[in-house]
Design a protein around this ligand. Structure first.
Ligand code: ADP
Length: 587
């Protein structure tokens, strides 16, 4: 954020009346709701959240210890905004869009100090502006006037800001400019620069939402295969501590086929975020081979950072996502974890002595969550194009109890639910996405895409797998009572097929070089190989072969090696041939 320069436009200073953690009250401050203010002698950034008569309540986005009554409060008169422009990709920000590396230089330490203002984007850097309009052209809000090569992967589109009127182009620059220099002028006097500010709590304007029909391909079999997310869809990953939320989110950030990734580490432990910060710059993007960071913006608000900034990091992240959406990109936003944001709301609300709702969360928890997820979608853009934001929120229910308010309120909003399961994680079945509890409401609308891009019988094959897993679930109850051997032979075989579905197909090792990413064709072929085993096994059973001989064939356990096989096409063809040969030899 770059409100520092606006500080001269300050009206009257207020005076701090009280300080309670991140909540500060001030008297005599001339302010409106959501104005950004600078609090105390150090000028800590805060936001007005309540006004009652002469008393203004502020949530402060920096640590307030040592700040006391009597110190001044200055109003910028501006809402909390982000500075949008080239240079956001490949950046790592704190919750109020201060670049961590710049802060580190200024403060000599990472994970920041207080009262330091640093612009969200580099104001001095020169970018090569390539115009896409000419003098005499008419442009409207949202229209692209030129591009800048922001990273090796992404062309940044310089757009007429949505709150401009638009008009006829009277001059166009070409060549090197800083983001503050004017590149295009309009006949009504409007000057377009390569950056624009936008208030984070206000969704950037867009046209209608469309029904998403393309999947966000994740490269994770259980997600693509059973519970797909649409580009422009919403998903939640709830799971107890240690069940794999962070790994799952990071896998999505690394491998999903979004153009742009905004990754928000919200209130999670510092070491997890450090892992992301260290890992990502090293990793290649599977689609382009370029560094992953070239399409990624990281926002890190770790658990040791001020609580109130968890809220601003969520809003900052979604606003950055909307800006790239407006360029026509497919953006994926990961928030890890929305529970920490909800806890911040709870803390602020209790300090405000508001009437608590369920489990102490404020009554507006549901509204805040749905407003956030509502900003996801596949949109028609105001410039006539299309762009999307997919939002994936991790939820960390205490004790893994999904009946708690954050999980329940999230469930009412999102359409894909990847339920992580402590038992599966305990048994080292990863990703620990529980196939009985999880769901995707996008399945039907995405099937045509998979069918025309991967395999004509995608939906049918998936349904076969779902049926086998369902049957296994029912049979397990009987097995627990009477043992597997008491089952009829065909059901014993079904259990064996289901075991391969779980172990060879649903399990996927994020830490294995090959298995970490599974392209849709491979996901499909692995499944059809297991189905081949199923079909051949039942043929053999019909021909009178005992089940233990069927399951004993050498080729069957090879199914478990498909995920890690590098030359998977040959490998899977070979297994299928061997399976057929060996099973047919039994009768
Ligand atoms: P959470 O964020 O829910 O507390 P993590 O994402 O940190 O849990 O996962 C805990 C551990 O589980 C990881 O350190 C890793 O060892 C293991 N794990 C989780 N998901 C996978 C996966 N897909 N493949 C391999 N290991 C995994």
């Amino acid at each position: 954020m770059s409100q520092a320069e606006d500080i001269e436009s300050v009206d009257e200073d207020g005076v701090i009346e009280s300080v309670s953690g991140p909540v500060v009250t001030a008297t005599d401050l001339d302010a409106r709701m959501n104005d950004v203010v600078y609090v105390g002698d150090e000028g800590l950034m805060g936001e007005v959240i309540e006004i009652e008569g002469n008393l203004t309540t502020i949530q402060v986005y920096e640590e307030t210890s040592g700040v006391g009554p009597g110190e001044p409060v200055q109003n910028t008169g501006e809402p909390l905004s982000v500075d949008l422009g080239p240079g956001m990709l490949d950046s790592i920000y704190d919750g109020v869009q201060r670049p961590l590396d710049v802060l580190e230089e200024k403060m000599g330490t990472a994970f920041l100090d207080r009262g330091v203002d640093a612009p969200g984007i580099d104001l001095e850097k020169q970018w090569e502006f390539v115009p896409e309009v000419e003098t005499g052209d008419t442009v409207e809000p949202g229209d692209v006037v030129g591009t800048v090569e922001e990273t090796v992967t992404i062309d940044h589109k310089v757009m007429v800001p949505p709150d401009y009127e638009g008009g006829e182009v009277t001059s166009v620059g070409s060549g090197e400019f800083t983001v503050e220099e004017t590149v295009v002028e309009l006949d009504n006097g409007e000057a377009i620069q390569m950056h624009q500010e936008w208030p984070v709590r206000e969704a950037r304007p867009a046209g209608d939402k469309e029904t998403p029909t393309e999947p966000l391909v994740t490269g994770q079999r259980v997600q693509d295969g059973l519970f797909p997310l649409a580009k422009g869809g919403t998903a939640a990953i709830p799971g107890p501590f240690g069940s794999g939320k962070t790994v799952t989110q990071q896998q999505l950030a690394k491998w999903s086929d979004a153009d742009i990734v905004v990754y928000i580490g919200c209130g999670e432990r510092g070491n997890e975020m450090t892992e992301v910060i260290e890992d990502f710059p090293e990793l290649p993007d599977p689609q382009t081979g370029n560094p992953l960071m070239a399409r990624t913006c990281l926002i890190a608000n770790t658990s040791n950072m001020p609580v109130a900034a968890r809220e601003s990091c969520i809003y900052t992240g979604i606003t950055i996502a909307e800006y790239y959406r407006d360029m026509g990109y497919d953006v994926a936003l990961m928030a890890d974890s929305t529970s920490r944001w909800a806890e911040a709301m709870r803390e602020i609300s209790s300090r405000l002595e508001e009437m608590p709702g369920e489990e102490g969360y404020p009554a507006y928890l549901a509204a805040a969550l749905s407003e956030f997820y509502e900003r996801a979608g596949k949109f028609q853009l105001i410039n006539g194009g299309e762009g999307s934001i997919s939002v994936v929120g991790a939820v960390s229910p205490p004790g893994g109890d999904f009946s708690e308010p954050v999980t329940q309120n999230t469930l009412r909003i999102v359409k894909t639910f990847w339920a992580l399961d402590a038992d599966l994680a305990e048994r080292r079945h990863f990703p620990s996405i529980n196939w009985n509890e999880s769901y995707s409401l996008y399945k039907d609308q995405l099937d045509p895409w998979w069918e025309s891009n991967v395999a004509g019988d995608w939906a049918e094959t998936r349904q076969w797998a779902v049926d086998v897993l369902d049957e296994e679930d029912e049979l397990q109850e009987i097995v627990q009572l009477v043992g597997k051997d008491a089952l009829p032979e065909d059901q014993q075989l079904t259990l064996e097929v289901a075991r391969y579905l779980r172990e060879a197909w649903l399990q996927q090792n994020a830490l294995h070089d090959v298995d970490t990413y599974c392209e849709p064709e491979k996901t499909y072929r692995m499944l059809t190989a297991i189905k081949t085993f199923n079909d051949e096994a039942f043929e053999a059973l019909d021909a009178g072969v005992p089940p233990e001989e069927i399951t004993d064939v050498d080729a069957a356990p090879q199914l478990n090696r498909m995920g890690t096989a590098e030359e998977w096409e040959e490998f899977i063809d070979e297994i299928e041939n061997d399976l057929k040969e060996q099973l047919r030899a039994l009768y």
